[in-house]
Design a protein around this ligand. Structure first.
Ligand code: FUB
Length: 494
């Protein structure tokens, strides 16, 4: 995202000196900084939150959306980019508008319900993608629309009885009972009556007397059913209603998030994860952001004791970490708490890699549990230039240098090698900064990284100030473990 890259590169340069001295807390909202994202749909599965989003194109002046994206996190602060495992091209019958959807797991398969325009009719229809993995790839489950009535924004829920429901609609609110196969439904298309008791009172629009606008997010919690939805237009705010059952009767409960941010839409997704509750939404907070260049953000919240939802405010801080990040297992280059200037791309080694790094660009990883200390840093890198390096820092992007891995010209942006260098001073739980340095132009790609644990004393023996490291190349592929390798044979301080 060129606009964002330039902005944050400039900000990084200006702020760098200040950070080195003051090291202020950095913002972590929006969740993703390298592309615009919209319409968050979080799903908890096997100890991770999977975040399904739409993708607003750079410089967009309409909801010009061609693909969906997936990110995941085990701690709510470090997010891994899984790329785009589903797009308009997935649905051969769809012509445009990859708008807001939601994913649910059933019997080991993941079903992603999305609205797209049906080429044959020119109307909005709901399609369903299916995959064996939460990160895809997804394929069209039925090769045609699941249903079509010209309305948008499907939200899917399986309640405690095991019955699955699909809700959607703008300007109306609809639902179907999905069959256990999740790709058909029984009982026809049902309309939820939009009463002012159920969905609040809108003034000044005789055609839409209630606040309900679009973007239903329906879920069951402690026996109560919630519909958190986009209210009024425009600008929208987020409101909610509750009901004793999945089909009502609904009672309007008020505002969750007032109109804020610089996007005229908002779109909510709510999950519980590792003992806390999280509210996802979107705004226009990134540079160049606005109504058609939106970004997903998240806040932690607590339900009131009676189950009502407190009013929430958009923040730049985001939630505190729900867990630590383990630096001694392989971590993806595209796992990011905050990225400045960087982008991601599909990797020739599978998954994605971090890309388009310029001098001074960096990635922050939050709440990294180094314990007694790290002795080496290993990175899987590719580059077409000589003389670049990955700086390992703490305290800020230009904070204390723990080590530096020089990166050779590998002969191609997808020609990978593994480099290892000694590090020192990385103990306890702290934020980690991987900063990229070198000449002008793009410097290096990063596929994955990993530290080796050791005692702080051992680490300080290996590293002297601005230590450089001789790259360790492994032409046969990524190297899994470094434990037991003699550090001196891999790296030479200079
Ligand atoms: O992203 C396109 C549309 O904008 C969504 O379908 C709506 O909910 C609104 O967020």
């Amino acid at each position: 995202m060129v606009t964002t890259r330039r902005f944050w590169t400039r900000i990084a340069v200006v702020a760098g000196l200040l950070l080195a001295v003051t090291a202020p807390a950095r913002a972590d909202n929006p969740v993703v900084q390298h592309i615009y994202t919209a319409d968050p749909a979080p799903m908890v599965h096997n100890g991770r939150v999977y975040l399904y989003t739409g993708h607003d194109e750079d410089g967009s002046t309409w909801f010009t959306m061609k693909e969906w994206r997936v990110f995941s996190s085990a701690d709510m602060v470090n997010w891994t980019d899984h790329g785009s495992p589903m797009s308009l091209a997935t649905f051969s019958w769809a012509s445009k508008d990859a708008w807001a959807g939601q994913t649910v797991e059933r019997n080991g398969k993941f079903y992603w319900y999305v609205p797209v325009v049906n080429r044959a009719t020119g109307r909005m229809a709901i399609g369903v993608g299916v995959s064996d993995s939460p990160t895809g790839p997804f394929r069209d489950a039925i090769g045609r629309p699941l249903l079509e009535n010209g309305e948008i924004d499907p939200s899917v829920m399986i309640d405690s009885s095991g019955q699955a429901y699909l809700y959607w609609g703008n300007p109306n609110l609809w639902y179907v009972r999905l069959n256990p196969d999740m790709i058909s439904f029984s009982g026809g298309i049902n309309q939820i009556p939009l009463t002012t008791a159920g969905y609040g009172t809108r003034t000044g629009d005789a055609k839409r007397p209630t606040l309900y606008e679009e973007a239903p997010w329906v879920y069951q919690r402690n026996g109560q059913y919630y519909n958190v939805f986009a209210a009024k237009c425009c600008s929208e705010f987020i409101a909610y209603s509750t009901a004793p059952g999945p089909t009502g009767p609904w009672t309007y409960r008020g505002t969750v998030m007032p109109t804020q941010g610089s996007a005229f839409t908002n779109h909510a997704g709510v999950v519980d994860f590792k003992g806390s509750s999280y509210f996802f939404y979107h705004n226009g907070a990134l540079p160049g952001g606005g109504g058609f260049t939106r970004s997903v953000a998240v806040e932690k919240f607590n339900y009131n004791s009676d189950g009502t939802i407190p009013q929430l405010t958009m923040s730049t801080a985001g939630p505190p970490p729900a867990d630590t990040l383990n630096p001694y297992t392989r971590q993806e280059g595209e796992t990011i708490a905050w990225g400045s200037g960087v982008e991601t791309e599909v990797s020739g080694e599978g998954g994605l890699n971090l890309s388009h790094t310029n001098n001074g660009d960096y990635v922050k990883l939050k709440n990294v549990a180094f314990g007694n200390g790290a002795t080496t840093f290993t990175a899987r890198v590719a580059s077409t230039v000589a003389g670049s390096s990955v700086e390992v820092r703490s305290g800020g992007p230009t904070g204390t240098l723990a080590g530096r891995c020089s990166v050779p010209n590998t002969g191609g942006w997808q020609t990978w090698t593994t480099v290892t260098c000694p590090v020192s001073g990385l103990t306890g739980t702290r934020d980690l900064y991987l900063r990229f340095s070198g000449g002008s132009g793009y410097l290096l790609n990063l596929n994955w990284w990993q530290f080796t644990a050791g005692t702080a004393a051992a680490a300080s023996n290996q590293t002297t100030g601005d230590a450089m490291c001789t790259p360790v190349t492994t032409p046969g592929g990524p190297r899994a473990a470094l434990d037991g390798d003699p550090a001196g044979s891999k790296c030479a301080a200079s």
